[in-house]
Design a protein around this ligand. Structure first.
Ligand code: C5P
Length: 222
């Protein structure tokens, strides 16, 4: 892969869900196959970048040539991203759980006579916002994802500003699109000039086109 347009650049990519333990045998998680994030890590690598993929639990193989760090929780994902800095590019494609559970040390037991346990939650770190607002090692290009079902462009632009990232890849996850777990994605790229709506295409094709856009960004930004 040496000598591609991204040679000499370092990228960190998050992918997959996070699992937040409730007790030693149970967890809560978001839905995410990791397909889009893993494809982006592979595509950046093929353009010559040196890539660290920080992945929550998925059934996917590690992309060739990509240093893959497997984590479970959001806190572990944040720490692994931090450890991967400095980086020129950060792409946050993971579906990070917004909250973690104040986990029990022992398996929760069903109660005599029924009744559900009370769970108490703590807020997880926002990894994307943390990288975009990093005090000392902010990557030059920070890209987030926004899963929306309506007013996609408007909500995604609001999210871009709130998170402080440069670009947002907004995907329409309305149930009829089959985006979740599927092999295809339909996205609008926000922040790289005028919003660009790409036709529905394979997640691997989205990854390649995004990697090309990133190469163009670095090619035109000395
Ligand atoms: O806030 P929301 O989850 O809708 O934002 C989605 C974007 O933020 C994605 O890029 C996701 O990877 C990132 N994110 C994160 N850490 C969190 C929550 C979201 O990096 N705790």
């Amino acid at each position: 892969f040496a000598g591609g347009p991204l040679a000499g650049l370092k990228a960190v990519v998050t992918s997959g869900p996070t699992h937040e333990p409730i007790d030693p045998v149970r967890y809560i998680a978001n839905r995410s196959s990791g397909k889009q994030g893993h494809a982006i890590a592979g595509a950046l690598r093929r353009l010559g970048a040196s890539v660290t993929l920080v992945s929550g639990p998925t059934g996917l193989p590690d992309p060739p040539g990509v240093e893959t760090v497997r984590v479970e929780t959001a806190v572990e994902m944040r720490d692994a991203c931090e450890a991967a800095l400095p980086a020129d590019i950060a792409i946050c494609a993971a579906a990070v759980a917004d909250w973690r559970v104040e986990a029990a040390g022992q398996k929760l037991k069903k109660r005599e006579g029924g009744g559900a346990p009370e769970l108490s939650f703590a807020e997880n770190p926002d990894i994307l916002a943390g990288l975009a607002g990093h005090a000392s090692q902010r990557p030059r290009l920070v890209v987030g994802f926004a899963a929306e079902t309506q007013n996609v462009i408007e909500y995604a632009e609001t999210k871009r500003q709130k998170k402080g990232c440069d670009w947002i890849v907004a995907n329409d996850v309305s149930p009829d699109t089959g985006t979740f777990g599927g092999d295809r994605n339909s996205i609008t790229l926000i922040g790289a000039g005028e919003p660009e709506s790409w036709p529905p295409m394979a997640k691997t094709a989205v990854a390649e086109r995004l990697a090309d856009r990133i190469a163009r960004f670095f090619g035109s930004t000395p």
